[in-house]
Design a protein around this ligand. Structure first.
Ligand SMILES: [Zn+2]
Length: 361
């Protein structure tokens, strides 16, 4: 869990100690809804209140996840607010039993809000009187927000990733099988539901729903890919996926010599060495830019990166992936001061493919 005093990036704030950030598309939609309201009789004020109320409902939903996760000792890295909902990014994958509680807490918060608001309105006898539901007014604002919470809770229970229903389904399956397999099945069901939703949306001409169907389809796929990758890389050391047959450049080489190596090999990034120690990394882009700006007789030491990534050969790839440390950057694998390999994005992709295809069925 981040320290409460830790500096937050701009545009991020904290609720109950959890960092919350808006995705820029959320702001676009919020502005659109408010300006849309300006042109109607209902006015911008009530639109702004409605958008604010929706925002608070989505945030309360995500906090339901985050605060339940905290009870199980699972930290929330951040909550990101998207136009059609929020995402609470957890610091680790919860156990199936924990995941059921953490996931259920989100929709439950919406049902409680809906129950309180709609129950109160019903008690006041105001539910039947909202005749003009099409037009948002100050009078029907609470009813609209209560209804929106009911819809949010129900929509999120659809058994499709990245919706909570998909996670609940996966957690239920994971109680009796391995998590990767449970995810694969839940992901297939989610894609099926997204397809049905898309067909219905096109048939009925609801284009907003087409957008949501695409989002659900992609989300179902993404979650599956992420979980399968994690399982393929679990307990696999960096050493197993690194390139061990590579060329290095002495730091006194020229860009012309580096360019020759680039053309005659399939390597695109070259460790630059001085004696036995590595002093830098020359990337394809760095090489080309250097050639364009300074010409072929320049020394590689002048254009190489001096702050390259270093990994230990025994570091667990699954852990690196879980920590978001496996990016599209080449890393040098060093044992003490000795270079023993290169971990390149291309090789990692090939490694994943080979492992996936070679896995027993
Ligand atoms: Zn949720």
């Amino acid at each position: 869990m981040p320290e409460p005093n830790e500096a937050l990036p701009p545009g991020t704030f904290r609720v109950f100690g959890v960092p919350v950030r808006f995705h820029f598309t959320f702001l676009l939609i919020a502005f659109f809804l408010i300006f849309n309201g300006l042109s109607r009789e209902s006015g911008a004020m009530v639109s702004a209140l409605y958008v604010g109320g929706l925002f608070a409902s989505v945030l309360a939903h995500e906090l339901g996840h985050a605060l339940t996760a905290r009870r199980f000792g699972v930290p929330t890295l951040e909550i990101v607010m998207y136009p059609i909902g929020g995402v609470a990014k957890l610091g680790r994958s919860p156990e199936p039993k924990e995941e059921i509680w953490i996931t259920a807490a989100g929709p439950l918060v919406n049902f409680v809000i809906a129950g309180v608001v709609l129950g109160f309105l019903f008690w006041q006898g105001k539910v039947g009187q909202a005749e003009a539901m099409a037009q948002l007014t100050m009078e029907n604002l609470p009813l609209r927000l209560g209804g929106a919470n009911l819809a949010l809770g129900l929509f999120n229970l659809l058994p499709a990733f990245p919706m909570d229903g998909g996670r609940l389904l996966r957690a239920a399956l994971a109680l009796r099988m391995e998590r990767p397999r449970a995810t694969a099945i839940a992901s297939q069901i989610g894609k099926g539901i997204a397809l049905l939703m898309g067909i219905y949306a096109i048939a009925s001409g609801s284009y907003g729903l087409v957008f949501i169907a695409i989002f659900v389809f992609l989300g179902a796929n993404q979650e599956n890919v992420a979980v399968q990758q994690r399982s393929l890389l679990q307990n696999v050391p960096v050493r197993s996926a690194m390139v061990t047959d590579y060329h290095t450049l002495p730091h006194g080489s020229t860009l012309k010599e580096a360019a020759d190596l680039l053309l005659t090999t399939s390597q695109t990034e070259f460790p630059v060495v001085s004696g036995n120690s590595v002093v830098g990394l020359l990337s394809r882009n760095g090489l080309l830019q250097g050639l364009a700006a300074e010409g072929p007789d320049t020394y590689v030491a002048g254009v190489m990166q001096r702050d390259f990534r270093v990994l230990l050969p025994e570091t667990d790839l699954g852990q690196l992936l879980a920590d978001g440390q496996l990016n599209n950057e080449t890393a040098l694998v060093m044992e003490g001061d000795t270079l023993v390999g290169l971990l390149t994005p291309e090789n990692l992709t090939e490694f994943l493919l080979v492992r996936q295809l070679g896995r027993p069925r």
